[in-house]
Write a protein that binds this ligand. Structure first.
Ligand code: DAH
Length: 376
């Protein structure tokens, strides 16, 4: 400690102090040294060292002053030194005690502050996600069909060729399989049947009819897979909603009326629908539904220019549908003479792109939050 530079190891005589008047200045130095050192004492371990340095019996500063300054002093000086030493002792003891109390309560406060929960602080706020646009469009379509008596069923994404093709009246040699030449699963030798990722949701028509007798009114949302190269309108995985209604007296009118109702609910009441002949192995007759372009009001032009959405055609192709081919009933033991019905297969990604003005199907699958955030 600061003992040597203020002469604690020497007698007053050796320091040249011969008169009482000089003693005050000596003690001033000791007081100043003590007060200076005290400023730096902030924790318990430093405080203990400091206390021993000043009050320690063997070599504390007060002991040194007693031994080196007081005891050898001449009787005239001794009285003044003794008085100053008492003042110093009182100061040192009270200051050291005060510092101890401060450190203790400070430590307690710090410990308390660490544990204290501040209820006024904002909590951890995790950003709330939103439904993916595809999910949202699924929901819109489900709501519309559920409101008119359809129920929602789901089925396996890994299918047998029987459900994906044969039972839908697509025999092995049929050329439409070329379009669906798709993902087969590698199976161990001797597996009972090949398996593939379903190319459409239509297999669920068969699975549903196998399980239940007419009347049937279901829609089937789900993922489907094809060997398509990705571009702005193609993806090897996309989404469909299949629909199937079978009962004893469903007519072509029920069919087109239902579709028209759906399209108006989905795009708004001012759109018109039309259908054109088409071909699917599992429907007869088969049609393709179009909607009058919702963006140019079905005129083919907007703001004096050709409508960019329908390319001036005034109509936009929506999805395939038809009356269920009687051959299909044969696969599920329905009596084709007693029942009739219709089916449809809606491409969700395409519909979502149309309705929400998205021009690249790939953005659905890139999970870029800048895109996702636009549809909260
Ligand atoms: N399964 C067809 C496809 O993916 C879509 C389809 C067309 C489904 C007509 C149907 C339908 O149920 O009747 O290309």
């Amino acid at each position: 400690m600061a003992g040597t530079d203020i002469g604690l190891d020497k007698t007053l005589a050796a320091l040249g102090v011969t008169e009482a008047a000089q003693i005050g200045a000596r003690f001033e130095q000791v007081f100043a040294s003590f007060d200076g050192q005290l400023q730096a004492i902030h924790d318990e371990s430093a405080w203990k060292l400091f206390r021993d340095a000043w009050l320690g019996r063997k070599s504390g500063v007060l002991t040194q002053i007693t031994d080196n300054w007081l005891k050898p002093a001449t009787p005239e000086l001794k009285r003044v030194v003794g008085q100053k030493l008492n003042e110093l002792r009182a100061h040192v003891e009270s200051q050291i005690e005060a510092r101890r109390a401060a450190i203790e309560s400070g430590a307690e406060e710090a410990a308390l502050a660490k544990e204290r929960v501040d209820l006024s602080l904002p909590g951890v706020i995790r950003p709330i996600g939103s439904h993916h646009l595809i999910r949202r469009v699924f929901q819109e379509i489900e709501d519309i069909f559920v409101s008119i008596g359809f129920s929602v069923v789901e089925g396996p994404e890994i299918e047998t060729p029987y459900y994906n093709f044969e039972a839908l009246n697509i025999p092995e040699f049929h050329p439409v399989r070329d379009d669906m030449d798709t993902f087969y699963i590698e199976l161990p030798k001797g597996a009972p049947t090949p398996l593939l990722l379903r190319t459409h949701t239509s297999p669920m028509q068969i699975r549903t009819m196998e399980k239940q007798k007419p009347p049937v009114r279901v829609i089937v949302p789900g993922k489907v897979y094809r060997r398509d190269n990705p571009d702005a309108t193609h993806s090897f995985m996309f989404h469909q909603v299949e629909g199937l209604a079978v009962d004893t007296d469903i007519t072509f009118c029920d069919f087109t009326g239902t579709i028209e109702y759906f399209v108006k609910q989905f795009f708004g009441p001012s759109v018109k629908t039309r259908f054109r002949p088409s071909y699917f192995p599992f429907t007869e007759p088969s049609v393709e539904f179009d909607v009058s372009c919702p963006f140019c009001g079905g005129t083919g032009a907007s703001n004096g220019a050709t409508c960019s959405k329908c390319k001036g055609a005034a109509w936009i192709e929506l999805f395939g549908a038809g009356m269920v081919d009687p051959a299909v009933y044969g696969f599920v033991n329905y009596d084709a003479k007693k029942v009739s019905g219709f089916a449809f297969g809606i491409g969700i990604d395409r519909l979502a792109m149309l309705k929400y003005g998205i021009d690249d199907i790939q953005v659905f699958f890139q999970n870029d939050v800048r895109f996702l955030k636009q549809f909260p």
